[in-house]
Ligand binder design. Structure first.
Ligand code: FAD
Length: 406
């Protein structure tokens, strides 16, 4: 099915296609498979090296000059004010050319949109351009050792001292903390009110600020997330988004974008990966096995369903609506699919899947990484059980689960 989005969008697509053709550094598409879905295996190191590649850096510079970093954001803060359809066309055209859509990670995907909705004009003017330029690189400090799914129960404390907020506590599973210069923290600033109301959302500088980070090795061999010990980390009160005690609403905006943000383009990466698996099945002579064929047909159907669900999300965003509880459908669908795909890949590769490649550390090959790391997808950004709760209660209006106050 081809979606006709009208002549304006068609013209925009042609403009973007020619811009990419005229500006992409030669050879960039061959540096790495830029459109592999996000997995957290050891092949991530190859990805990290690719991000340091001179061709990638040059592409980043050219995109920055053309205001093509965070183009969704308002022109007043350095974006282009694009709508969701334009963003989707841009991602499709980059995908078509085999080149990366350069993003500013969590800063672009979560923090920026939350500031745009809940920040003051001064906060937008200060924080958003710093994300675009890459000066501020964010990681997410939500989860704690005893507070993951029950996010509203966070215990990290924030105490106001003059014009500053002083943050003390422990966060865990912080992805990319070693690369970040800022952490967005949900902390408790008022212990005397119901738990959702006593929280604040604070942008805390990471460096020289009484924050110690320790890596947590994963079963895929990589160590990409960290536990963080904040022992009186300071931030100006200016860095509190949504006001003191207003953190829960800001966190919900962040999570809405985390769960549904890439909905309209996510299928592209999965589709490419699916065809790679078909190639692998051919290589192993499994493409004639009826059971494997059946599983591949199932996988293809899921990718197409993802595509259609993405179009529905796109229509919602194009209509100016925020991702709502429906974002949970997107999250639940791709994460459960990807975990199953990893299992199918293991079936196809057979006994070879049990042998890791040679090399220092704990290297895993591409499909091993997908198998191991895709399990994390059903946990981060809210587990599958939590997504089902949200869908049951907030999308379908079913009875709420009994509350257990701890
Ligand atoms: C790869 C990865 C990256 C991550 N990155 C970050 C990050 O950058 N920043 C960050 O803050 N966090 C991050 N996380 C943490 C993630 O958000 C939490 O792991 C997740 O929210 C689950 O919390 P938990 O681990 O404490 O599990 P728990 O909340 O203890 O849950 C344990 C089990 O109980 C189930 N459960 C819990 N409550 C309910 C309920 N009410 N109904 C039904 N079942 C329930 C859960 O589904 C799960 O199966 C990351 C996690 C992973 C795996």
């Amino acid at each position: 099915m081809q979606l006709d989005l009208g002549p304006e969008v068609a013209a925009f697509r042609i403009e973007m296609r020619s811009w990419i053709r005229d500006n992409v550094p030669e050879g960039l598409a061959d540096v790495v498979n830029w459109h592999a879905p996000p997995v957290t295996g050891a092949d991530r190191e190859e990805w990290d090296r690719a991000l340091d590649h001179p061709l990638y850096r040059e592409w980043d510079r050219r995109l920055t000059r053309a205001r093509l970093i965070c183009p969704r954001w308002p022109e007043s803060v350095g974006g282009r004010g694009w709508d969701a359809v334009q963003m989707s066309v841009w991602a499709e055209e980059c995908h078509r050319a085999g080149v990366p859509v350069v993003t500013r990670g969590m800063g672009e995907a979560f923090v920026g949109p939350s500031i745009i909705v809940h920040g003051t004009e001064e906060q937008k003017a200060y924080f958003l351009p710093r994300i675009i330029s890459g000066e501020d690189v964010y990681c997410q400090g939500f989860s704690e050792p005893n507070q993951g799914s029950d996010l509203a129960g966070v215990r990290t404390r924030g105490v106001v001292e003059g014009e500053e907020i002083v943050v003390t506590g422990q966060k865990v599973w912080t992805s990319g903390a070693h690369r970040a210069s800022m952490i967005f923290v949900l902390c408790r600033t008022d212990p005397n009110v119901p738990k959702h109301r006593g929280l604040s959302y604070v942008l805390v500088p990471m460096r020289d600020n009484n924050i110690e980070i320790r890596p947590l090795p994963q079963m895929s061999g990589a160590a990409e997330f960290y536990e963080d010990f904040l022992d009186g980390a300071r931030a100006p009160l200016f860095n509190v988004i949504g006001g003191l005690g207003g953190g829960w609403r800001v966190a919900m905006t962040t999570l809405g974008h985390e769960r549904g943000g890439r909905a309209s383009t996510a299928h592209l990466a999965h589709e490419r990966e699916f065809w790679e698996l078909v190639d692998t099945a051919r290589k192993y002579g499994r493409d004639t096995d009826p059971l494997i064929r059946q599983q591949l047909a199932w996988a293809y159907t899921q990718v197409q369903l993802m595509r259609f669900a993405g179009l529905r999300t796109l229509a919602r965003l194009a209509g100016g609506r925020e991702p709502g509880p429906e974002a949970s459908i997107t999250k639940l669908f791709w994460s459960e699919y990807h975990r199953r795909l990893g299992e199918i890949a293991m079936d196809i590769v057979g006994s070879d899947a049990m042998v890791r490649p040679d090399g220092p550390g704990y290297p895993t090959d591409g499909w091993q990484s997908v198998f191991l790391a895709s399990r994390a997808g059903t946990i981060y950004s809210g587990t599958s059980e939590i997504q089902r709760n949200i869908l049951g209660e907030r999308a379908l209006g079913l009875a709420k689960e009994p509350r257990v106050e701890g």
